[in-house]
Design a protein around this ligand. Structure first.
Ligand SMILES: *[C@@H]1O[C@H](CO)[C@@H](O)[C@H](O)[C@H]1NC(C)=O
Length: 404
């Protein structure tokens, strides 16, 4: 219920946020967890305190400089061809040094089972597509990221969790937060919006890559290269409150990465991505058949506008990122997601993972593995209706994904 209330608040706030300068709405990211820390998110951000802070359950220290790191793996390729993938979330100290492997007693194994057992199967579904190990050992990679970096986070110490939390709940919160933060940092889309797309010929300067991300997000990341080939990016944050449900305050990179200043290659990913069917999925779509851009048509009449409403007016173009078994959607209004059974797109909306199901030559949009959608009425003229998952509202239909 807390998550639903937060999503509604985010939706209501989205029109106000959209009139702010484009960067102001991006620098603080409020994320929605399934457990609550009870910490305030309005206090001093980590690494910006001027005197000692005592409650390290609500103030990340000493690792208060948080790096969300991403890969662009092309040799071999991992993940969707139109998205960077997650590396991790690292708690660097404010002086750029760091600790690792801080609590071997919490080096959990079986991350996938842990997430499923504690109600985070949608997070696992997203990880199966977007958090990929280059050798195909995703589970081992997740275990490594948690034990190496997550166990060093002060706000995730078991003593900081609500009493009665199950064993490993802090690791579940870690993975949920990393996924949600990554979803706010769409490197592929940002570069593409600025005219920088993968190519097997041609090179880029570090300044042009950096300027592209700054133009889209307001902040400078650091880029890492494997020789002269672009391979990774890091986005930097301070944190107000807990890793569980705090507010990430983005800053520009306080250090530079390993890329040379000129001659940087950004090669395309090759082959099909090696995704596995997600725990919450059950989709039968063919991986690789998903268009990058699509309009969404309802089976009875009309289709979806950019806010995600059902209408008979001119349909919006959606950007689909991922594979047919697991992808995310954005429209010109922002991220698309399902919250409390309602579908919406907007600047305050948290991304959900969808799948595409092949049926009678059409590609149907599915949420939680179901292709059923419904509304309270049938649109006509300027009258539009909100779209809900499942068939519990008066008008039932399916939604097909159509390449423009
Ligand atoms: C900020 O708080 C942390 C945690 O108490 C402390 O270790 C650090 O010295 C503080 N920084 C300053 C400048 O006082």
């Amino acid at each position: 219920m807390l998550a639903v209330a937060a999503a509604l608040a985010a939706l209501l706030g989205s029109s106000a946020a959209s009139v702010l300068s484009s960067f102001a709405s991006l620098d603080e990211r409020a994320l929605m967890p399934t457990i609550a820390s009870g910490c305030s998110t309005t206090g001093t951000a980590s690494c910006t305190n001027t005197s000692s802070v005592s409650n390290l359950c609500c103030f990340e220290a000493p690792g208060g400089l948080l790096l969300q790191t991403q890969f662009w793996d092309t040799s071999p390729s991992t993940g969707p061809t139109n998205s960077w993938t997650i590396h991790g979330l690292w708690p660097d100290k404010c002086d750029l040094t760091f600790s690792q492997n801080c609590d071997p007693s919490r080096a959990y194994t079986g991350i996938a089972s842990l997430l499923t057992a504690q109600g985070a199967s949608s997070t696992l579904s997203f990880m199966n597509t977007f958090w990929k190990d280059i050798n195909g050992k995703d589970e081992t990679f997740w275990e490594h990221e948690w034990s190496t970096h997550g166990t060093c986070m002060s706000t995730l110490k078991p003593a900081c969790l609500p009493s009665g939390s199950p064993k490993g709940a802090e690791a579940v919160a870690f993975f949920q937060t990393v996924v949600k933060l990554f979803q706010t940092l769409p490197t592929f889309t940002w570069l593409s919006n600025q005219g920088i797309t993968p190519s097997s010929s041609g090179t880029h300067t570090l300044a042009s890559l950096t300027a592209a991300i700054r133009a889209e997000s307001g902040f400078t990341p650091s880029f890492d290269c494997d020789g002269s080939t672009l391979n990774a990016v890091a986005y930097y944050f301070h944190l107000k409150g807990s890793i569980i449900d705090g507010t990430f305050v983005q800053i520009s990179a306080p250090e530079s990465g390993s890329c040379p200043s000129t001659g940087i290659k950004y090669p395309p990913k090759t082959g099909s991505s090696t995704t596995t069917t997600s725990a919450g999925g059950g989709s039968t779509g063919t991986p690789g058949s998903l268009p990058a851009k699509a309009t969404i048509h309802a089976s009875s009449t009309g289709g979806l506008l950019s806010l995600g409403t059902w209408s008979t007016q001119t349909l919006a173009t959606y950007t689909l990122t991922g594979t047919a078994t697991s992808f995310t959607m954005t429209s010109s209004k922002g991220n698309c997601g399902v919250s409390g059974g309602a579908f919406a797109c907007g600047s305050g909306v948290a991304l959900s993972t969808f799948s595409a199901v092949s049926s009678g030559g059409a590609l149907l949009l599915a949420s939680g593995g179901s292709t059923a959608w419904s509304s309270d009425g049938v649109p006509s003229g300027s009258t539009v209706f909100q779209v809900f998952t499942g068939s519990s509202h008066a008008q039932d239909y399916t939604l097909s994904i159509v390449s423009p």
